[in-house]
Design a protein around this ligand. Structure first.
Ligand code: FEO
Ligand code: CA
Ligand code: CA
Ligand code: CA
Length: 632
């Protein structure tokens, strides 16, 4: 087993390395050089707009309970010296956690048996199709009956004790899922496929304040083999049809998430390229190169037994174009076909945050997580309520933009439209522009960033973008300490016209390197969620300094100086990601992803350390011991 364990670590590191190899060879001016100019101009942009509205939260969550005197972020942080056993998580003394839905949990009681981490008795692919998967990442809690409450503004009616939880299963390496480095047959491939995707489970709080999975007609697993549909401007494109005529199936590498104001879940397809490979001579086209397709992918080996993922199979020549989208899932209809929203463009979608503008039109902010890739925004043509009344999706008709950051603290949203002669010279239709959005963004001169991961909307409508790191940045200006950018940073943008504008202002909210040497040290910001009162929650993904593992830190963004407070530290070689709350903000859900990178030598979480049980990705339910607001 020790050989396998070593491979597990190597495999995870390889995954990280491959997924982040730059594929952007455009000569667009890197963000590093813009950052250098900006750092001398730190500008606080908060304050000019009204408090953001958040559909899933109950306004006045702070009322009652006597929290008025407590500061916005007031818990006792986990000190560096408090972290003594990294085989288990460490949480603030003011908080407690329970483990929920570890890998292998039946999606409803009795659906199948549970997988418990036994190394010699892994689930079959059929069992895995009815269990939660691996790689817990983005998620969202939808209170039962939330839709009417949101639509009619009766947020106080939303339930805090029962709802549907949608959870992404981004990935699990072959070593972690199969116990071997590659598949040997189609059953192995199906098991690997079925631990990927999305789980929709119904959760209910018990009288002891614990949470459990209960039965529901809405519960389901969505995998890379689940029927899906395409919608929006590229839906009927020939580039999404195969000579084989196979129907569109599935979603994969579901990373971050978002939710719509109308109560649906958005899952983001990130490193989809890694699941494709070629069984015979593969020479990448310019577009395939830009999206990172290669002969062996990330080593999953699906293409060896499932032709859909074989780039050299002429029957499935466009299967690759069916991935890289934002996918809309109805958490309250277990029979709904997930819908791929092509108007939002095809790239390595990390996550999505939706803001509602003054007239009900929506803007969606989205990062493309690769070194030197871009920040995007989508704006709907109509208000979301009007679109729904007209039997349209607000995510089907609108404009897609990519960001260019200027030296003076301003920026432009450049529209990806076939009406632009620069793009008409390269593409035949708007469908092509969207399918090859990265190439279109290169042509428009977007600013190459240091791996844009999650986005979230702050108290004043400002958008926070986590840029996790960029070790390949080669800016040699010694005045700029972030080349290479090993620790990452958080950017803040403010739209010029309440999310509908074509320009914005921006500043650097925080360079993570500036926290080194302090008690609040953290690096590699990744997952992000802001509440409407000014708290910003950041989950990290990368080697943390001072012997720490990946962390959940909280900021009070109403203060001029960012000060991270450490709420949670994870286990060896995990990642802290995904964040969602109940409407009263007194319960939060956060994910422990790839604990130990799958190696039982590193941790057996959620089992206590025994050096043998396979560690399982899981969700933590966290709450303040005194029942207060999360983050306070
Ligand atoms: Fe799936 Fe970029 O994190
Ligand atoms: Ca991430
Ligand atoms: Ca990451
Ligand atoms: Ca991850």
């Amino acid at each position: 087993m020790s050989t396998d364990n070593k491979n597990a670590l190597d495999n995870a590191q390889l995954h990280d390395e491959i997924e982040n190899t730059p594929s952007n060879t455009s000569e667009n001016r890197p963000f590093s050089s813009v950052l250098e100019t900006n750092m001398s101009r730190r500008k606080v942009m908060a304050g000019s707009l009204t408090v953001a509205t958040t559909a899933f939260l109950a306004p006045g969550a702070h009322a009652g309970w006597g929290w008025g005197r407590r500061k916005l972020v007031d818990f006792k942080p986990v000190a560096i010296d408090d972290v003594v056993d990294t085989t288990m998580p460490t949480i603030s003394d003011d908080y407690e956690y329970d483990v929920l839905i570890p890998w292998g949990t039946p999606i409803e009681p009795g659906a199948t048996k549970e997988y418990t981490g036994e190394p010699d008795a892994r689930p079959t692919s059929a069992q895995a199709a009815l269990q939660t998967g691996l790689g817990h990442d983005g998620m969202w809690f939808f209170p039962m009956d939330c839709r009417n409450a949101i639509y009619y503004g009766r947020h106080y009616r939303m339930r805090n004790d029962v709802g549907m939880l949608c959870v992404n299963h981004e990935y699990g390496t072959n070593i972690h899922a199969l116990g071997k480095s590659g598949p040997e047959n189609l059953e192995d491939v199906r098991l690997s496929q079925n631990i990927h995707g999305v789980s929709v489970v119904k959760l209910k709080r018990t009288f002891r304040r614990g949470w459990k999975v209960v039965s529901s007609a809405h519960s389901r697993r969505i995998t890379v083999n689940t029927p899906v549909t395409f919608s929006g401007p590229a839906a009927d494109s020939k580039l999404l049809q195969n000579p084989n005529g196979n129907i569109p199936l599935g979603t994969v590498n579901n990373c971050g998430s978002g939710a719509t104001p109308w109560g649906t879940y958005l899952t983001c397809e990130e490193n989809f390229n890694g699941y494709f490979g070629a069984t015979s001579g593969f020479v990448a086209t310019q577009e395939q190169d830009r999206y990172g397709f290669s002969e062996n992918g990330f080593g999953y080996g699906w293409h060896l037994f499932d032709k859909r993922f074989d780039l050299s199979d002429e029957d499935y020549v466009n299967e690759q174009n069916r991935f890289g989208w934002i996918v809309e899932i109805d958490p309250f209809d277990g029979t709904q076909k997930p819908v791929k929203r092509t108007a939002l463009g095809r790239f390595k979608h990390e996550a999505i945050a939706i803001a509602e503008s003054r007239n009900g039109r929506i803007a969606a902010y989205m990062g493309d997580d690769q070194r030197f890739d871009y920040c995007y925004k989508y704006v709907s043509d109509k208000s979301w309520k009007r679109a729904l009344r007209d039997k349209e999706s607000p995510l089907d008709k609108g404009s897609l933009y990519v960001a260019r950051f200027n030296d003076d603290g301003t920026g432009e949203w450049l529209e990806l439209t076939i009406d632009n002669p620069q793009l008409a010279a390269r593409f035949n239709s708007q469908a092509e522009v969207l399918i090859y959005a990265r190439v279109a963004a290169d042509i428009l001169g977007a600013t190459p960033m240091d791996r844009p991961e999650w986005t979230t909307i702050g108290k004043h409508g400002e958008v926070f973008w986590t840029c996790t790191n960029n070790s390949k940045r080669t800016d040699t200006n010694i005045a700029n300490p972030e080349a290479p950018n090993n620790d990452g940073h958080i950017i803040r943008t403010k739209d010029s016209d309440d999310h509908l504008g074509t320009s914005f202002t921006w500043d650097i909210y925080l360079l993570a390197s500036s926290t080194r040497g302090t008690e609040g040290v953290f690096t590699d910001p990744d997952a992000a969620w802001a509440d409407p009162y000014g708290r910003l929650f950041i989950g990290t993904d990368g080697s943390q300094p001072d012997g720490l593992q990946d962390q959940l830190v909280v900021f009070d963004t109403t203060k001029d100086t960012p000060e991270p407070k450490r709420l949670l530290v994870g286990v060896n070689s995990d990642e802290i990601t995904g964040f969602t709350v109940t409407p009263d903000q007194r319960t939060a859900f956060v994910n422990i992803q790839h604990p130990g990178n799958g190696s039982p030598d590193a941790t057996n979480f959620p089992a206590p350390y025994d050096g043998r049980t396979i560690p399982r990705d899981c969700t933590l339910v966290i709450r303040r011991k005194d029942g207060g607001i999360i983050g306070s």
